[in-house]
Write a protein that binds this ligand. Structure first.
Ligand code: FES
Ligand SMILES: [Fe+2]
Length: 322
């Protein structure tokens, strides 16, 4: 059994390693995901790949290499590796040795390149869903680097009491207990004083987490006939360094007959507003996450039982496959 402790390790899950737009055809991107160096690249035919950047020939870092066609080429002796990881060519033209690059499962969904990392190397047990973006136009993208525990974002979303103190006096009323179903957990909240400052203009927010590090939020704002789709990622890089990445889309239903250019303009404006203001909220959490200690025994109040519930649910992402 391999050790992977919730206090110090990383969940076995899909991680948003980059935005799709960061990984252009024929280009490489060096990064870290869940404590491991990962080299992302996109083949000439457009497929994203994620590999362990250590060349099996003599150990050079493939991050300094380049993509030729669909192959990744090492900078040292120009050994080329096909998308299936096999060494298919050497720079000198001699027959390549039997060598295989270690790779990670990759899925490109919702404008992100997702990489599956399991501490034992086990295959994915579930899939990243494709969000329904129909009716939305344009996307607001937001990125922030901060220090945090890998499960800080999901725990934070279920810690309703801090909203009032950290997030502009927002008051959250849960529609019920969070619903956990395997790798997913869904929670519906009514928010007062988030975007709108009157009691009757509540925001109806449903967040579904897919594993502890990816969230799809569907938010309705009845006061202005609008809806928002927010896709968020909390991606541990190395140590406690995390990249927070969000894409936000917003759509408002305007009266029939409103000129299409006006509808587009309003939607773009609302998208920018919703994306910017949500991003600002994570900036407020950041400093608290940075200096927080992972407590093995939390002392929660009566109304905070969902916080340990999240911790227990997240435990499944630290276990070995059965
Ligand atoms: S170390 Fe990569 S080709 Fe030699
Ligand atoms: Fe927060």
């Amino acid at each position: 059994m391999t050790e992977n402790d919730i206090a110090t390790g990383y969940p076995n899950t899909w991680y948003a390693a980059a935005f799709s737009t960061e990984l252009r055809r024929g280009k490489t991107l060096r990064t870290h995901v869940a404590g491991r160096p990962v080299l992302l690249y996109r083949t000439a035919d457009g497929q994203p790949r994620a590999v362990d950047p250590v060349c099996p020939h003599l150990g050079a870092d493939l991050g300094g290499g380049f993509v030729r066609g669909n192959d990744i080429v090492c900078p040292f002796h120009h050994f080329a590796f096909a998308p299936d990881g096999h060494c298919v060519r050497t720079g000198s033209g001699v027959r390549p040795p039997k060598a295989q690059l270690a790779s990670y499962p990759v899925r490109e969904r919702n404008g992100f390149v997702h990489v599956w990392v399991h501490h034992t190397g086990a295959a994915p047990t579930w899939e990243v869903p494709e969000a329904d973006t129909s009716g939305y136009e344009g996307t607001h993208t937001w990125v922030l680097n901060y220090r945090a525990h890998p499960i800080d974002m999901i725990e934070n979303a279920h810690d309703y009491t801090h909203f009032a103190f950290v997030h502009d006096g927002t008051f959250a009323e849960p529609a019920g207990e969070p619903k956990a179903e395997g790798h997913m957990i869904t929670q519906r909240l009514f928010l007062t004083d988030f975007w709108f400052r009157t009691e009757k203009n509540r925001v109806d927010s449903t967040l579904t987490f897919y594993g502890p590090n990816l969230v799809i939020g569907e938010i309705k704002i009845p006061a202005v006939n609008a809806r928002v789709l927010a896709i968020g990622a909390h991606t541990p890089r190395k140590g406690r360094e995390v990249t927070g990445m969000t894409t936000t889309r917003a759509q408002v239903t305007l009266p029939k007959g409103t000129p299409a250019t006006l509808v587009r303009g309003v939607n773009r404006l609302l998208t920018t507003f919703a994306g910017y203001t949500s991003g600002r909220q994570i900036e407020r959490d950041g400093p608290i996450w940075t200096d927080r200690t992972f407590l093995h025994h939390q002392r929660v109040t009566e109304g905070e039982q969902h916080i340990p519930l999240i911790r227990r649910w997240a435990q499944q992402f630290y276990s070995d496959p059965a």
